[in-house]
Design a protein around this ligand. Structure first.
Ligand SMILES: O=C(O)CCC(=O)C(=O)O
Length: 295
């Protein structure tokens, strides 16, 4: 694996760019960061919409006086009552036309189409898409993984990962292993203690990867600011960092697959959705290893 010295080796600016440069960085590293792709009003509108949902949920559960509070203050107040209230907002967010508007932003689609190599993209709306990682809440933290196994769209799908508010060092940057995107990893599945609806599906899939080698070649993605978009291959290994600040990490991460991929078309576009989470066993039995005995 070739590892860049720093995350800045992965970036380009929209002005300087060109899709061809983005594609060549992406093909080699499995990831490219396009700076300034989304205008401030696009990001600001998404954050304000989320803030209004949080304020409405807070009022509904009897938290008063926060109608004009920031998204961060509202998340902290809701989280202090019950972390499921924040999950409610993540879930309703995926139903809003505003969010479809963000995920169909022309700049995002232009890069996604080039990186995936297709004019027609599949964006599964009910898995992932919106993340809120409150302070010191590791429940939804992802260990090393590839996104492919959670969506099962085309094997060359791309994730577009972009923050709605700044992510400082102490907020747990995304950690990536550039160059790790060449093959699908084997996994163990363990859903024995899984409770659907808690946002913890990720923990049921254990990636069989060499953790020491990944950590040795890993970099923190510390260059992504609101307006920037990190595009990464669905086979790129990456993990969350722990948020040790007093503010939340608020991120959108839609995934785009090739809707014309023959394998995907051949199975009638079956993919993993909230209600079809057993599809990995059915479609990719060769990626499964026997589950570890229960601790
Ligand atoms: O933002 C993060 O911490 C990781 C996001 C991620 O890998 C995912 O949601 O699949």
């Amino acid at each position: 694996m070739t590892t860049p010295a720093s995350s800045s080796d992965l970036e380009l600016t929209v002005a300087s760019s060109g899709l061809a440069l983005a594609k060549s960085i992406y093909d080699r590293r499995g990831i490219v960061v396009v700076r300034g792709l989304l205008d401030a009003d696009v990001v600001g509108h998404a954050l304000e919409t989320l803030r209004k949902l949080l304020a409405a949920r807070a009022a509904a559960v009897g938290i008063d006086g926060l109608a004009d509070a920031s998204a961060h203050e509202l998340i902290n107040a809701l989280q202090a009552r019950d972390r499921r209230y924040v999950m409610d907002v993540i879930r309703i967010g995926k139903d809003l036309p505003e969010f479809y508007g963000t995920f169909t932003h022309p700049g995002l689609l232009k890069f996604a189409k080039t990186l995936v190599g297709s004019d027609i993209l599949q964006c599964v709306h009910d898995i992932a898409q919106i993340r809120i990682d409150p302070p010191d809440d590791a429940v939804r933290n992802f260990d090393w993984h590839q996104d492919f196994h959670y969506n099962l769209t085309s094997e060359n799908a791309v994730t577009a990962w972009f923050p709605l508010s700044p992510i400082d060092r102490d907020m747990g940057q995304l950690v990536v292993a550039p160059g790790s995107h060449r093959a699908l990893a084997k996994v163990q599945l363990d859903r024995r203690t899984h409770v659907p609806g808690q946002g913890t599906t990720h923990a049921t899939v254990k990636f069989q990867v060499d953790l020491a080698a990944l950590e040795a070649g890993a970099i923190e993605l510390d260059i992504v600011e609101p307006g920037d978009v990190a595009f990464f291959d669905c086979k790129l290994l990456h993990r969350s960092g722990l948020n040790r600040s007093d503010r939340s990490r608020i991120v959108f991460n839609p995934r785009y697959g090739n809707a014309l991929d023959p394998a995907v078309v051949g199975r009638g576009w079956s993919c993993m959705r909230d209600k079809t989470q057993d599809l990995l066993e059915a479609l990719y039995p060769e990626l499964l290893e026997a589950p570890s005995p229960k601790a």
